[in-house]
Every structure is written in structure tokens, then in C-alpha cells.
Design a protein around this ligand. Structure first.
Ligand SMILES: *[C@@H]1O[C@H](CO)[C@@H](O)[C@H](O)[C@H]1NC(C)=O
Ligand SMILES: *[C@@H]1O[C@H](CO)[C@@H](O)[C@H](O)[C@H]1NC(C)=O
Length: 267
């Protein structure tokens, strides 16, 4: 539990003293209120986006050189991230360690896997924590790596995209395209009206659905009154995203997951 105390100490730039038993208890559940100056910059967010990705489309969004890999146990929507909106930079003061999320490892591996051969799942989680989680941690209930990932897993359970689509007869297919409006009305009851459906254009000029962003309020209810207008980017700090809002006038493809040829599931 000593590790929980490290971020605080790093922020303050002090040497690491031995922490007594009672201190360990103090720091066990997350960051204490020790950085009022920096809190202002990265705790002022009002909205979050919870982003889920469809592996069948996500790998299409990357070229074959990117070494996309869909683990064999993955057949479903996975988490991309939980992102506070309009924060420029989270502080680099709260390192995450593998042991922080050990108890969630099995669930995270299934619901939040890295789809890149070159990136371990833990590295993916670490990057998401460093870039977004540290800011999300301003809110009670998300104020530790463990809690941030727990909340994310809970949200993934709450937003059962698969079920909503299935009920509307929307299933992955190489042949059958869907209308954007059809997908939106299937998802609106679960994800709210403000959700964003994102596509990539594949090498045959098809619009391929790969991601959905769900706006949430500070308190994690669906929708956000302070929601900034949708922008074509994956989140703060990310310089490149191949995605764009799926055009309403074009057919939208919801490709199946192909573990053998992840980046070209439909030829
Ligand atoms: C996808 O996950 C949902 C629960 O989120 C589950 O009901 C469904 O059966 C899963 N689908 C597949 C193809 O595994
Ligand atoms: C959550 O926050 C929103 C917007 O601030 C508010 O309208 C809503 O009543 C809150 N819900 C709960 C359960 O606190």
C-alpha cells in the first residue's frame, strides 16, 4: 500500500521518507488534497466521454502495418477510455503500477484489451490513466487507479451496446449496410441522444463503424448539458485519430470480428 503514497510525494518533490502504518491507511484509498494549485487546471471539467470500440472496425481504422491483433477471447465491444472533456493536461504526478489493477486484471483483459501487438494491455491502461484517469480522479469514486478502472468496467456493463443492437436486428455483417439513423435509434434508449457514432473509411471507400462515444455528466449520468460540440478527435493529448462522425447519407458497415485478418475482415 506504500505505493499509493508515492504520487503525492512525487508531486511535492520531496524525498520519500518511511511511511508509518497510519499513513499507509490514510493514503490507501487515493490521493489526498495536496495539490490545490494543479487541481484547478485539471479538475475543472464538467463532462466525460466514455468511449467504446468495436474491434471489427477498430482494426480497419489502422493500416496493416500497425499490427492490430484481436485476442481470441474478444468477441464484443471493448473499452477505449473514460475521458474528462476539455482538460488540456493531467498532471504527471500519479504513476500507476500493474499491482494497482491486479484484482481487475481478468475483467480488464476481456473488456479493455489492447488491440495492438506492440502494446501490452497494461501499457494501454497506463496510458489511459496517465492521460485521462488522473483528471477523472478529481471526483470521488474515481480517485484512484483501481476505482477509475472499476467505474469504467461498471459503465461497460451498463452500456450493453450488443444487446441494444441485437434487439433491433443490427448484427455484424460484411454484406448488409445499415443506416446511421437506424443505429442511432437503436442506441438512444441506452446511450442517450447525444452519443456519437464514429466511422473510418476503408480502402474500398466503405464507411466502417468502429467507435461510439457516450457523453456523461460529472456524476456519471448519461448526457451532459455542458457538452462541447463534437470534435473530430479521440481525446485530449491524442494527436491523431483516423475516425470521423459516420455520415448520415452513406451506408454504414458494422463488420464482423475476424481474428485471422483483423484489419480486413471483409476483404
Ligand atoms: C457481448 O456482451 C454482452 C454483454 O455486454 C452479452 O450479452 C453478449 O452475449 C456478448 N456477445 C457476444 C457475441 O459475445
Ligand atoms: C447529475 O448531474 C446532472 C447535471 O449536472 C443533473 O441534472 C442530475 O440531476 C444529476 N443526477 C444525479 C442522480 O445526481
Amino acid at each position: 500500500m506504500l505505493r499509493s503514497a508515492l504520487p503525492l510525494l512525487l508531486c511535492l518533490g520531496t524525498a520519500v521518507p518511511w511511511m508509518g502504518e497510519e499513513h499507509q491507511e490514510d493514503y490507501k484509498h487515493g490521493r489526498r488534497d495536496a495539490e490545490p494549485h494543479s487541481d484547478k487546471a485539471f479538475c475543472s471539467w464538467k463532462c466525460l466521454k466514455f468511449t467504446l470500440q468495436w474491434p471489427g472496425g477498430f482494426c480497419v481504422s489502422l493500416d496493416s502495418w500497425s499490427h492490430c491483433r484481436i485476442p481470441l477471447n474478444i468477441h464484443n465491444w471493448t473499452i477505449h477510455g473514460l475521458w474528462p472533456q476539455r482538460v488540456l493536461n493531467c498532471c504527471h504526478c500519479w504513476p500507476i503500477f500493474h499491482s494497482d489493477v491486479q484484482e481487475l486484471e481478468a475483467e480488464l483483459a476481456e473488456l479493455w484489451p489492447s488491440l495492438l501487438k506492440t502494446k501490452s494491455s497494461f501499457l494501454f491502461w497506463k496510458q489511459e490513466w496517465d492521460k485521462h484517469g488522473v483528471c477523472a480522479a478529481c471526483v470521488e469514486g474515481m480517485n484512484s487507479p483501481l476505482r477509475y478502472f472499476q467505474i469504467s468496467l461498471k459503465l461497460r456493463g451498463q452500456f450493453d451496446i450488443h444487446k441494444a443492437l441485437d434487439a433491433a436486428g443490427i448484427q455484424p455483417s460484411c454484406q448488409r449496410p445499415y443506416k446511421l439513423s437506424e443505429v442511432q435509434s437503436a442506441l438512444a434508449p441506452v446511450l442517450g441522444d447525444q452519443h456519437e457514432i464514429q466511422c473510418v473509411t476503408d480502402d474500398k471507400d466503405r464507411e466502417v463503424w468502429f467507435q461510439v462515444k457516450i457523453p456523461l455528466s460529472h456524476n456519471l449520468t448519461v448526457g451532459c448539458a455542458h457538452q462541447p460540440p463534437p470534435r473530430d478527435e479521440a481525446g485530449p493529448g491524442r494527436s491523431f485519430s483516423p475516425g470521423h462522425p459516420c455520415p448520415a447519407q452513406l451506408p454504414l458497415f458494422y463488420f464482423p470480428i475476424d481474428h485471422e485478418q483483423p484489419h480486413r475482415p471483409c476483404g
